[in-house]
Design a protein. Structure first.
Length: 344
């Protein structure tokens, strides 16, 4: 059974390569573009947290909990879990589990009450050869909490990362390779998967007209130049200035280590909190969604790099996310980022 198949049985779930070609695919004649609507963060119908008998642990990499057994008999001072499906976990999740918010553990099987701090926990091997994770600070690369309850659109960022984790798989990579990385065919595959995921896992419906728009939307390989594409967006001049300044600041921050990622997350969270208090915005929901997706997406792509022992420097795929969100909603955000990553 694949990890993807576990989504339907979870109780609680929480919830980014440059493209070598700048080829653009125009919207097909006869299609009338309709504005996409963003879901309200608190109306996203998806369970938040990872189901364990301890409660809800915040992470977008949720399904790896299935098949874990209690490992407190290892006489560790922190909660620990064992895998029965270690090969699957290694293939899908690499070396680190991302805990995206601090989690308070009450006394458990003789262990003292404690706080599990947010960040990346390295997987280990148990004495009997099974995959093991121990939530000990000794195994932790600390990262500031990604979850921001002050942002009413935070759930959109969480849902984004859960969708990316479900779609950016070896199977999807094989499907894109099978069509020889053809841009139009790739967009159709990715749009279908994104729409299906959003409907099945979050009850977010994207109609056929919007799906066709996502499939045929022009993909601009120059997504890194946010000031350029912002000028042609539908945002007001004021909102373009506000979001442009935030993306300028985000772009100036390198994210090549967990420490730099932590600083980035903290700054973006502060900027989110400032947007919540900003009464001059013309479309606050879209801007709060864009900043949430930018923060979550950059976190996701850095984690994918670290957890698979790949070089830390990554192209700015997270900006393709933001551009797609502004132009066509959450479905296009997922497709544009995945296209950037998969059609290299």
């Amino acid at each position: 059974m694949t990890t993807r198949n576990f989504f339907s049985i979870l109780c609680l779930v929480t919830i980014s390569t440059f493209i070598v070609s700048c080829e653009k695919t125009a919207i097909e004649p006869g299609i009338v573009k309709t504005p996409s609507t963003l879901p309200e963060g608190n109306r996203i119908r998806i369970h938040f947290g990872t189901s364990t008998y301890m409660g809800c642990m915040y992470s977008f990499s949720n399904c790896i909990w299935i098949g874990w057994g209690n490992a407190t008999d290892l006489q560790q001072q922190s909660p620990a879990f064992l895998f029965d499906n270690g090969e699957e976990v290694s293939a899908e999740y690499g070396n680190y589990f991302p805990l995206t918010a601090d989690f308070t553990v009450e006394s458990l099987n003789g262990l003292p009450p404690q706080v599990l701090h947010s960040g990346f926990y390295r997987f280990q091997t148990s004495p009997d050869g099974r995959k093991l994770i121990s939530f000990s600070d000794a195994n932790l690369q600390p990262v500031a909490p990604l979850v921001n309850p002050n942002n009413p659109q935070d759930n959109l960022g969480q849902l984004h990362n859960l969708a990316m984790q479900a779609i950016f798989t070896a199977q999807t990579k094989a499907e894109i390779k099978a069509v020889n990385y053809d841009l139009k065919a790739a967009r159709k595959i990715l749009a279908t998967q994104s729409v299906q995921f959003l409907e099945t896992e979050a009850e977010i419906l994207i109609n056929e007209v919007e799906q066709t728009q996502i499939e045929n939307a022009a993909f601009d390989g120059n997504y890194d130049d946010h000031q350029a594409w912002l000028q042609s967006s539908s945002l007001s001049a004021n909102d373009r200035k506000v979001l442009g300044d935030i993306l300028d600041q985000a772009s100036s921050m390198p994210v090549n280590s967990p420490e730099q990622l932590s600083a980035f997350v903290s700054i973006m969270t502060e900027l989110e909190n400032g947007l919540v208090q900003n009464t001059t915005l013309d479309n606050p929901k879209l801007l709060l969604s864009a900043v949430s997706v930018a923060k979550y997406s950059r976190y996701y792509w850095y984690w994918k790099c670290l957890t698979n022992d790949e070089p830390a420097a990554r192209p700015n795929w997270w900006k393709a996310d933001v551009k797609g969100l502004i132009e066509g909603g959450l479905g296009q955000a997922l497709v544009d980022s995945l296209v950037a990553a998969l059609t290299k």
